[in-house]
Each structure stands twice: as C-alpha cells, then as structure tokens.
Design a protein around this ligand. Structure first.
Ligand code: NAP
Length: 249
C-alpha cells in the first residue's frame, strides 16, 4: 500500500544525494514531490529520473525572494503542502584558525538560515497532520576537526526541531530531525580532491562504524519516510539517527 497517496511534499536540495533519494522514494509512495536546487540541469536530470509525480523548481534557500516564488508556485499547482524536508545543505571544511567570515556566513546561510526561512514560509500552506523533517547530521553531536561551522549548523537543526515541535503542535504539525552518518553522496566524495582521497575518507568512516560501511542514500530516505509519514505519528521533537551505529555503540 502506498504511504503518501494524495500527499504533497517539498524536498529542498532534491536534485542530488540524500534529497534525491528521499524525493524518489516519496514519489514512489504516491506523493507529488517538489524538488529544488540552484542548478537547473541537475534538477531536470533528477526530475527525469524520478519520472512522474515530480515538479522541479530552481530555488536557492538563501534567497527569500526565491522561497516566496517557490511557495507561490506550490500554492498555484497544489494549494497545500503536507510534508517539508529541509535537506539542502553544503559541507565546507576549515579549522577555526583558518576559517573566514565568508566561510562562516556561507555555511550558516545555506544550512541554518535556509531551513529556518524555508519552514517559516512553508507554514501557511501546511495541513493539519503535516510533518517537517530537518536534515541534521551525527556531526551535530560530534567534535570532528575541520568542520566546526558545519557541525554547528547541524546542531541547530536538532534545536529547531525541539522548539518548532512545541510551537507547531497546536496546528497538528510534527517536527523531527534526521541525523545520517557518513552517506555515499556527491557531497561526501567532494570532501577529497581525488577519488583515492574520497576512498580514504570512506574507509575511515567505515572503520569507525559498527556496521562497517558508510550509508546509502536510500537508507536515509527510508528513515525520512518514517518521520514524514503517519508511521511516526507519536514522534515529534526527536532526532532519528541513521548511522550504522557510530554514535550509539
Ligand atoms: P549533495 O549530494 O551535495 O546534495 C545537496 C543538495 O542541496 C543538492 O541538490 C544541491 O543542489 C542542494 N543545495 C545546496 N545548496 C543549496 C541552496 N543554497 N539552495 C538550494 N539547494 C541547495 O549533498 P548530500 O550529501 O545529499 O546532503 C544532503 C543533506 O544531508 C545536507 O543537509 C547534509 O548536511 C546532510 N547530511 C549528509 C551526510 C552525508 O554523508 N552525505 C551526512 C549527514 C548529513 P545545488 O548545488 O544545485 O543547489
């Protein structure tokens, strides 16, 4: 039985990696899914691969005008929104002694301010029984060197989920965060300059992870499906960790 028949979902950053896997899974479950990203070509390729039940809208989460246009578009096409997955995000590495104000503002602009105003501007369209999923990361609770600004934005997702769970409960909207461990996506590969370097990073994470490997984007999509659907109807304000046991074990 399809879990999302008749539902309308938004997945920001739905053109690649985890967001793409989530959008593909939600569409397969019967939702109509709006995917966003900055690169039009990537969006078109993703929409073509998903096939049906998908609309691609070029939209930058740091641009409030873009967000207004996005929600006007969703309103005119579907009228309502049941599910928001605030997934768009980037990773950029600098230790504290090397980090610049531009780095800090870029990371916080996309990864923290982006989801904040995405959710704020989505609310007028959101239905009672709706669900918001914020992409956090296990890095939000760890102290890996070199990604201090990134990790802080992911801790912010955990915090937003707590506050918004309370603020939105009377509107019947649940809010949860999802913390993947290292997951095979273009963003993970981009952490090294070479394919060999990327393999080394994955080997390092695999060695640290009880299940002995990095995650697949479709495994994170399955966790997002749980949080976005009524299967998690008694969960709000939680953080669901999907990391092969790295944090808990
Ligand atoms: P990815 O493959 O690089 O995909 C990122 C997506 O976000 C792309 O669609 C990208 O499209 C979009 N995006 C980036 N900046 C944007 C902006 N300003 N406005 C709108 N869209 C934007 O990355 P991923 O690994 O799937 O990561 C997705 C999320 O999962 C992120 O929030 C990340 O922090 C989180 N996460 C990832 C991992 C992992 O190991 N992969 C682990 C934990 C958490 P454009 O570039 O075209 O805009």
């Amino acid at each position: 039985m399809s879990k999302f028949n008749g539902k309308v979902a938004l997945v920001t950053g739905g053109s690649s990696g985890i967001g793409f896997a989530i959008a593909k899974r939600f569409a397969a479950e019967g939702a109509h899914v709006f995917i966003t990203g900055r690169r039009q070509l990537e969006l078109e390729k993703a929409a073509a691969e998903i096939g049906s039940n998908v609309s691609a809208v070029q939209s930058d989460v740091t641009d409030l005008g873009d967000l207004d246009k996005l929600f006007a578009h969703i309103k005119s096409e579907k009228g309502v929104l049941d599910i928001v997955v605030a997934n768009a995000g980037i990773v950029e590495s600098f230790t504290i002694d090397k980090a610049t104000p531009e780095h800090f503002d870029k990371i916080f602009g996309i990864n923290a301010r982006g989801p904040f105003f995405t959710v704020q501007k989505a609310l007028p369209l959101m239905t009672r029984g709706g669900s918001i999923v914020l992409l956090s990361s296990i890095m939000g609770t760890k102290g890996f060197p070199g990604i201090g600004a990134y990790s802080a934005t992911k801790a912010a997702m955990r915090s937003f989920a707590r506050t918004w769970a309370n603020e939105l409960k009377d509107r019947g909207i649940r809010v949860n965060s999802l913390s993947p461990g290292a997951t095979q996506t273009p963003a993970l590969d981009s952490q090294a300059d070479t394919a060999e370097g990327a393999d080394e990073i994955k080997a390092m994470f695999s060695q640290m992870t009880p299940l002995g490997r990095v995650g697949r984007a479709d495994e994170i999509a399955a966790a997002a499906l749980f949080l976005a659907s009524d299967e998690s109807s008694f969960s709000t304000g939680i953080d669901l960790v999907s990391d092969g046991g790295l944090v808990a074990v």
